[in-house]
Design a protein around this ligand. Structure first.
Ligand code: FAD
Length: 360
């Protein structure tokens, strides 16, 4: 938005240690062999916008008072700083996860699972959440439904059990209708739902997952959602409180003048999901635009977002959630349909076109 408005008139620096962007939901496609990694990677080399420098550097320190970012290649000072480093995974917080399980929340984890899944032909698979908050609350539900399809297509579903362990009482708490549809889909497919629990450790020697109430579930394949936390560099910067960066939810401003935080790294009162990161980024961009042009500040961030939910069998539903405008979060559900499959595809292709000049 800033590049579109000002072109070369402002100096914009985008720093990322990775060389490509990957949509969160593409990890499910990679892990189940529905897409190759090369096909879902959007290289920053293709991000060519007037006024924008893209630097592939690792941020090693942030000084929010001075608005200075130190990287492995030097220091960068800014008039306005937007911290958008996402959430990291704390695998060590779940003893046994590395030795005895798998995670599907990173690109590397999803890629590894692509090799592991074909070796699973019998026994119990657990999709287990190891801590909240976690990204994209519907994703573990999507994972069990897609796993059901994957095992069915390979003719081994009858020899396998699937369980989902989640720290919520229903799969998508702000939307009872979405949750009811997911629970019905689990029941139809014989998928066990273990609500209100998280996986606190794995005992690889005995192949059991230990839940936070001490109960034990045996497994032959464990697909974990690791505990999340803000990146170390953010924790060391003094910006975080209770693990993430607090912001004023309408403006995304931190308590440091000229410093914003957007996306999973921030505590905004919305779930950790890309649609919310994008919505927050739009508000910050509009506010910087107003500041530079001297116009009216935009209306505040509304905490609304839509999420496409994979229901298996090639079907996609949609949940629209509103986290900030009422006294409590609300959600509306659209039944899975072919139209929503096409809409999800358009959602992705419209972003790849705008950000990476890909054909729609
Ligand atoms: C399986 C799965 C499915 C998902 N499905 C959906 C979905 O359907 N819809 C949806 O809206 N969301 C979905 N999500 C969630 C979504 O991917 C994230 O919420 C979103 O990517 C958060 O955006 P962000 O910009 O805050 O952080 P990120 O996308 O994590 O970006 C943070 C960036 O910071 C960079 N970085 C971190 N530390 C450093 C450092 N020290 N130096 C330099 N760079 C650094 C990283 O390389 C990264 O590019 C899903 C996530 C998963 C795991």
């Amino acid at each position: 938005m800033l590049s579109e408005a000002f072109g070369d008139g402002v100096q914009l620096t985008l720093i990322d240690r990775d060389d490509a962007f990957v949509f969160g939901y593409s990890k499910l496609d990679v892990m189940f062999g529905r897409a190759a990694l090369e096909d879902v990677r959007l290289p920053y080399a293709d991000f060519a916008k007037p006024g924008v420098r893209v630097l592939r550097e690792t941020v090693t320190a942030i000084d929010p008072d001075a608005r200075r970012v130190t990287t492995d290649a030097g220091a960068h000072e800014a008039d306005i700083l937007v911290v958008a480093l996402g959430a990291d995974y704390d695998l060590a917080a779940t003893p046994g996860l590395v030795e005895g399980g798998n995670e599907f929340y990173s690109v590397q984890g999803a890629e590894r699972l692509r090799e592991v899944l074909p070796t699973f032909t019998r026994g119990r698979a657990i999709v287990g959440v190891c801590g909240a908050p976690f990204k994209c609350p519907p994703a573990p539900s999507e994972a069990v439904l897609l796993l059901h399809d994957y095992l069915s297509e390979r003719g081994v579903r009858g020899d396998c059990e699937i369980s989902l362990v989640m720290p919520f009482d229903i799969p998508v708490p702000p939307s009872p209708d979405t949750s009811a549809a997911l629970l019905a889909a689990f029941a139809e497919r014989g998928i066990e739902f273990v609500p209100g629990r998280r996986v606190s450790s794995l005992d690889p020697a005995r192949s059991v997952a230990v839940l936070d109430d001490g109960a034990e579930l045996p497994y032959d394949l464990f697909l974990g959602v690791p505990k999340h936390r803000a990146p170390d560099v953010v924790l060391a910067s003094g910006m975080a409180v209770d693990g993430y960066v607090p912001v004023e939810s309408r403006t995304l401003e931190t308590r440091f003048p000229g410093v914003y935080a957007v996306g999973d790294v921030a505590t905004v009162g919305v779930p950790k999901a890309g649609v919310f990161s994008e919505g927050a980024a739009r508000v910050v961009a509009a506010s910087i635009l107003a500041q530079l042009r001297g116009g009216e500040r935009p209306g505040g961030y509304d905490g609304r977002g839509a999420c496409y939910v994979e229901f298996g069998a090639g079907r996609v539903g949609r949940v629209d959630v509103d986290f900030l405008s009422g006294p409590k979060p609300t959600g509306t559900f659209q039944e899975p349909s072919d139209a929503l499959v096409a809409e999800k595809r358009r959602f992705g292709s419209s972003r790849s076109a705008r950000w990476f000049d890909r054909p729609t």
